[in-house]
Design a protein around this ligand. Structure first.
Ligand SMILES: [Zn+2]
Ligand SMILES: [Zn+2]
Length: 168
């Protein structure tokens, strides 16, 4: 159980409006502000890719993105989409969900953080839980094994509240 003191103050869900359209507008405004602040080129394609990821409650794979972009831009080559994804991951707009090879919008864009992800096996809904406590503990134990950590991903699989009650 993660103690509330270990959670980042801006807990992701509570920081966002409940309404889907308002949530997306909020995330896009944050993304645009971050790009402006850091002098990053959020090109039309990168913004379209970000928008598709940000409007999903589930991690989105590259081929789903290519299919979703087609009505807007025609067939975009996979390498082009992967380059846009690399940019979005590198600058913290989205996280790569390793176990699904898919992408999920970050709720704390622009703030350095470690995150854990709660992922529902039934419906795919994913929640980001920022918090440094667990990440720091894991990183501390690695050197005892002579191991140097370069990249750390913690993904928890299970059932979300809605699916758990549906299955009860
Ligand atoms: Zn994040
Ligand atoms: Zn679920």
């Amino acid at each position: 159980m993660v103690r509330s003191s270990e959670l980042h103050s801006a807990d992701c869900d509570s920081a966002l409006p409940a309404d889907h359209t308002a949530r997306l507008a909020h995330k896009l405004a944050r993304a645009d502000a971050l790009a402006a602040e850091r002098g990053l080129a959020l090109t039309t394609l990168r913004r379209q890719v970000y928008t598709l990821i940000a409007q999903s409650e589930r991690p989105v794979g590259a081929y789903d993105l290519i299919a979703a972009l087609e009505p807007q831009r025609g067939r975009v080559p996979p390498t082009t989409v992967y380059r846009a994804l690399d940019f979005l991951v590198e600058h913290g707009f989205v996280h790569r969900i390793e176990s699904k090879n898919a992408f999920f919008a970050c709720c704390l864009m622009g703030e350095p953080h470690q995150s854990q992800f709660l992922m529902c096996d039934a419906c795919g809904d994913t929640v980001e839980i920022p918090g440094h406590g667990l990440a720091a503990q894991l990183s501390r134990s690695a050197p005892a094994h002579g191991f140097e950590v370069h990249h750390q991903v913690v993904e928890l699989r299970g059932l979300c509240a809605a699916c758990k009650h549906g299955h009860a």
